[in-house]
Ligand binder design. Structure first.
Ligand SMILES: [Ca+2]
Ligand SMILES: [Ca+2]
Length: 151
């Protein structure tokens, strides 16, 4: 899976997630949507990280600019467990990769997108649907577990 390949060299200490309302009420963040350190074991729909560049400097390895994976619900859908646009998929959207001002669609027709960091383990679960001719839906999901570098 390409998302896993891109996230694999991510530096453990560089991972961030977008704060939600719970984070703000628990004083983990100042406002919804700001990037904050992940909470162990929490599942998120976004994540950001930097990777070691592999270019050795005098003291330490450099880190790349941030890369972010962001789940964005389709404009015709609301996050309400219902199929608002009537295409058979529920709360579907896209997973975007954002880096250096660029935005790339990694996956579309995504009904579920989970990033979970527990210790050094990053778990990525995506579930998506394929709308076949005639309107039937073929659903599939992929799961990947990575061990993050501690640098
Ligand atoms: Ca839909
Ligand atoms: Ca919906």
């Amino acid at each position: 899976m390409r998302i896993g390949q891109i996230a694999r060299p991510g530096s453990l200490g560089s991972f961030r997630v977008k704060a939600n309302e719970d984070d703000v009420s628990n004083a983990m963040a100042n406002q919804v949507g700001e990037w904050m350190e992940p909470i162990d074991g929490h599942t998120r729909t976004t994540m950001q990280f930097r990777s070691a560049t592999g270019r050795l400097s005098m003291n330490a390895q450099g880190l790349t600019s941030p890369r972010s994976f962001v789940f964005m619900i389709d404009p015709e859908e609301e996050d309400n467990d219902e199929d608002d646009d009537g295409d058979g998929l529920v709360d579907e959207g896209k997973v975007l990769l954002e880096y250096d001002g660029n935005q790339v669609v990694m996956a579309s027709n995504v009904e579920g997108c989970e990033f979970n960091i527990t210790g050094r383990t990053l778990r990525i679960v995506l579930s998506a649907g394929l709308i076949r001719r005639g309107g039937s839906i073929q659903r599939f999901s992929s799961e990947e577990t990575l061990y993050l570098r501690n640098n």
